[in-house]
Design a protein around this ligand. Sequence first.
Ligand code: SF4
Length: 452
Amino acid sequence: MTTAAIRSTLRGATATLHRSQGTKSSSVLVDASRAFSTNHYNVVVDKFVSSPSPPSASASSSSRQSEFLRHPNDVHDRNSIYADEDTRSLGGITASVRHNWTKSEIASIYTLPFHELMYRASTVHRMYWDPAEVQQCTLLSIKTGGCTEDCSYCSQSTRHKTFVKPTPTMKVQEVLAAATRAKEAGSTRFCMGAAWRELGNKKNAFGHILEMVRGVNGMGLEVCCTLGMLTAEQARQLKEAGLTAYNHNLDTSPEHYPNVITTRTYEDRLQTIANVREAGISVCCGGILGLGEKETDRVGLLHVLATLPEHPESVPINALVAVKGTPLGDAAAEDEEAAADDGIANVDAFDMARMIATARIVMPRTMVRLSAGRLSFSDAEQFLMFQAGANSIFNGDKLLTTDNPAFDSDTALFHKLGFVGKPAHAGPRVAPMEMLGEVEITKVKGMEQQCA
Ligand code: SF4
């Protein structure tokens, strides 16, 4: 969709705004052109619920979801709408999408007093997103174990003696059956992971993976893969088959990276990310806390991500799940206190919230994904992370080889917190604060005419 077409879709007149808060509900007639006067956009809204009650059994998810004004699903279309935007301000906090962050600027955000950091991140979150909407993704290991890399946290490396038994690549029909189950459980993005250094010359396996991508895409689910390093041509074929996103994590800072992995370089990873982006596939790229890194490494990772030519569409933040038999798992088991002093494992909810909050502030339009390690956090601790700006989770009782909360407990958590999932192939909801005209938006000087 062109920018002009998107603008024309968003152009309109008056909106009836239904605000529902808890059991009380009020209906307010809003002149959308006035509400959006600072944006130069007029937005058509049929019906808008800013804080939905937990979904009732009678309302189908699709009928509930159709009530919201949404951004385009394509991240480039989405970003182009706001190409002329400079800053957003709300509640005394100003934010912007920038690619020229310095490490010291990010460090000064990361080290804010916790209460202040949370206020800022939570406010930025509300300027750009509807905090009620949280994407649910399911990750399936389609080829487990037997990987020749030496990632020191990973249970699937042949160099570590862990509980994982290598298995061959799953059959296409088995994967599609798993995707059907995930869809029935509310998941809208299905991710397939293979324990490979790279896709390389695996022609047969690649053919099967392309079939899986087509099949999952055909079910109306968004499709993501994580298959190790990719060439530009492989990325192009995956895009053609219908791949939505590709996950390739940087794990940690460039400085700490060689202490964790020696069999491929940081540059290799950045090249795969560039190949994926070049093919027009959304980039999912994040890191892991608890790898023995210092806080400067956490800042260093965020600095690399926030200064990429385009911010990743999603940034997963993982807490190390220490697995017996891996170098990091064994270090944590041998001497818990020494490991904690060295930054290995022992990631607490405050560490996670601080990392998520900083990511939210420096990459305001990126989906921040609360990923591995959720099982070790209580519902209240996870709520802290959502308040910090996380707006996506992995669901399903396995995350590759490690345990994850069961579907049912996540459903209960969503009801408890008043969250709803994001539908597949639909852009995120426009932020309620933006719709209400509460967000002050300034434009890049000289672009007003061009974009009006
Ligand atoms: S993290 Fe990926 S690349 Fe590294 S050992 Fe595990 S499966 Fe292999």
